[in-house]
Design a protein around this ligand. Structure first.
Ligand SMILES: Cc1cc2nc3c(=O)[nH]c(=O)nc-3n(C[C@H](O)[C@H](O)[C@H](O)COP(=O)(O)O)c2cc1C
Length: 156
């Protein structure tokens, strides 16, 4: 059975979406079946059916999620879902000049872990040089996924 990888992005001005698309291209080149999702189209309960998810999200306002990711986030804050089947990694886009640097990416990473999900790879808090830092993070995450592929549960 082919392996399936979901890549979810939350964005205001497109940076996270562009990176998510590049992660999808890399993953497909590695043989993954990918699903690229805007968080505006994802409900927390959808995570029950997913196994491996990369989140590429920016932070806005004063440490807030992008508008399109707000419903997903507030639902995730309220839920008691068991996500122990889920492995994930978060790449956050932010700007160190803001007080709550990468606040949303940090809180998303923490919340998923509290709900029982396992980190594939450490969260990365990217500054405005995200185009330079993302490729290395994506390579490391994909290498981690490849190393797990033989033992992965049936794909969702
Ligand atoms: C009005 C505004 C508010 C922002 N607030 C934050 C913030 O609180 N924390 C942070 O780390 N970055 C903040 N940023 C930086 C954005 O996260 C950064 O520009 C990011 O690359 C945007 O990615 P996107 O195009 O995917 O939304 C803010 C940027 C703007 C313009």
């Amino acid at each position: 059975m082919k392996d399936s990888l979901h890549i979810c992005f939350g964005t205001m001005t497109g940076n996270a979406e562009t990176l998510a698309q590049s992660a999808e291209e890399r993953a497909q080149a590695d043989g993954w079946t990918t699903h690229l999702l805007n968080l505006c189209d994802v409900k927390p309960t959808d995570l029950r059916d997913l196994r491996q998810v990369l989140f590429v999200v920016s932070t806005w306002g004063d440490g807030e999620p992008p508008d399109d990711a707000a419903d997903f986030w507030y639902g995730l804050e309220d839920t008691a879902l068991d996500l122990s089947h889920l492995t994930f990694a978060v790449f956050g886009l932010g700007d160190q000049d803001y007080d709550d640097f990468n606040g949303f990416g940090r809180r998303l990473d923490e919340r998923l872990a509290v709900l029982g999900a396992s980190r594939l790879h450490d969260r990365f808090d990217a500054d405005l040089d995200f185009e330079d830092t993302f490729p290395g993070w994506a390579d490391a995450v994909l290498a981690q996924l490849d190393s797990r592929r033989g033992n992965a549960p049936a794909s969702a």
